[in-house]
Design a protein around this ligand. Structure first.
Ligand SMILES: Cc1ncc(COP(=O)(O)O)c(C=O)c1O
Length: 453
């Protein structure tokens, strides 16, 4: 059974009216905020995500948060995977408060940084670590290091990727043409960015052979276009190809680190030269990090043997930032890794994630929809086609943005928040089986509402 555009438009109009009518305080704050912030929000682009006014949040606890109008939401996006431990996690709250009381930023290392690097090293299997404040800055430094080591400028990425707000990676391919994914980026960036489809190893090989590629950067599975999983030999072959052609392999685990203890690099035994992280490992405080092999790290270590560095030098890799590795983010990261993101916590979330995938699949089948279900650790979801896509091109062929937006809006009106439809739903360490059933019931009602209208 197919759902028509008319059905979507009709239900959407009704849900939009309901959403706005029930949020007078958020709407008033939004109007007030427009005086001080473009689009009335701290990050102007966020309003493009939604076809309704943004909600203003009051507080959160566990898997739920409350908006200023008093609505309670089950967060099924985990604030884009940054909060798998839930809101106001007691151990993290204590770690942050204690560190604030001792001083949160010194621009000097403290003992926590050693504990965090040690934890990351044993989980993710790479010996040397550096810290930043976001995934974007971790990837920026990783790409610079790859260029410095190889002496090459070009990078290879997979269509449908997102690696942060970095000029170098904000390039897409459209009908064989490279296009910039935003205004304000130099046209020159396009020259150095190569895009191929995920799982297309022949295209990877052609690119590596024909161009001087410094690095391939990829997530273990693409997670910003729903979830697109690698075929069985993809990562082994990718690693072999990059080695053969002297190209570094950067694995971006910004999102996937929540899938398993040590991320998917540990789970799938990946072998990157550089691995980048952010979000969850900071325990709700801003963080970015990257791990490297000894060989890669030596490009940074050589700086300490040189003459006293001057700002004019071009020999050292450009890395660093005033608040990178600050004491607060090290304290919450240490607590997260030592006490919160445990093997058991991941296992529990993945079990609940399995229940979510089962529930979604049952509802889709019950309504006779020709859709496929994503089953991916703590993360689930669905595509509007009977088969799971192998790459972004296949995914886009069946994608229906108005339908995604409608489902998100309908769920918000029933107390379920899926912030980014392309990256949801997911469960965290404090999401229960009952929460998942609540989600599935709302999803079921949405599909029933669509069919009926
Ligand atoms: C795969 C991936 N890499 C990097 C980033 C950027 O991380 P940040 O927002 O911390 O800069 C994101 C953000 O969602 C991401 O999904």
């Amino acid at each position: 059974m197919a759902i028509s555009d008319t059905q979507i438009d009709k239900l959407r109009a009704r849900e939009l009216e309901r959403f706005i009518a029930n949020r007078p305080r958020s709407t008033a704050l939004w109007q007030q905020a427009q005086k001080y912030m473009p689009n009335g929000v701290p990050m102007a682009w966020m309003v493009q995500l939604y076809d309704h006014p943004p909600m203003f949040v009051k507080s959160g606890d566990g898997a739920y948060f409350v908006d200023v109008d008093g609505h309670r939401y089950l967060d099924m996006n985990l604030a884009d995977t940054s909060m798998p431990f839930g809101y106001a996690e007691p151990q993290l709250t204590a770690a942050a408060s204690e560190q604030m009381a001792r001083g949160s930023q010194f621009m000097l290392p403290n003992e926590d940084s050693i504990a965090v690097a040690e934890q990351l090293s044993s989980r993710f299997g790479l010996p040397k670590w550096q810290f930043t404040l976001a995934g974007s800055s971790a990837n920026t430094e990783a790409i610079r290091i790859a260029r410095a080591i190889t002496g090459r400028s070009d990078i290879l990425m997979f269509a449908g990727k997102y690696h942060g707000m970095i000029d170098d990676t904000l390039v897409a391919e459209d009908g064989g043409e490279r296009i910039l994914e935003g205004a304000g980026i130099s046209e020159d960036v396009k020259k150095h960015a190569h895009i191929v489809q995920f799982n297309d190893l022949d295209a990877v090989e052609r690119s590596l052979k024909n161009h001087d590629i410094a690095c391939v950067i990829t997530e273990p599975a693409l997670t910003n276009v729903g979830v697109i999983q690698p075929e069985s030999n993809f990562h082994t072959a990718l690693r072999e190809l990059t080695r053969t052609h002297g190209t570094l392999l950067i694995i971006d685990e910004a999102h996937t680190n929540v899938c398993a203890f040590g991320g998917l690099s540990n789970e799938w035994k990946l072998d990157p030269d550089i691995l980048t992280l952010c979000k969850a490992i900071g325990g709700s405080v801003a963080i970015g990090a990257y791990g490297m092999t000894e060989d890669v790290a030596s490009i940074l270590e050589s700086q300490s043997d040189s003459e006293l560095p001057s700002f004019a030098t071009t020999a050292v890799v450009a890395t660093g930032g005033t608040l990178f590795g600050n004491a607060l983010s090290m304290a919450t990261a240490r607590c997260t890794l030592e006490r919160v993101m445990t093997q058991q916590a991941h296992q529990r979330a993945n079990d609940v994630g399995g229940r979510l995938a089962d529930g979604i699949q049952n509802k889709i089948e019950a309504h006779g929809l020709p859709w496929s279900t994503i089953r991916f650790y703590c993360r689930s979801g669905y595509f509007f086609a009977p088969d799971l896509p192998a790459n972004a091109r296949q995914m886009q062929a069946s994608e229906n943005l108005p339908l995604r937006q409608l489902i998100r809006l309908y769920l918000a009106n029933r107390g379920v928040w899926e912030a980014i439809y392309s990256a949801s739903p997911a469960v965290g360490f404090r999401t229960t089986a009952n929460d998942v059933d609540f989600y599935c019931e709302a999803f079921d009602n949405c599909l029933a509402g669509l069919v009926r209208i």
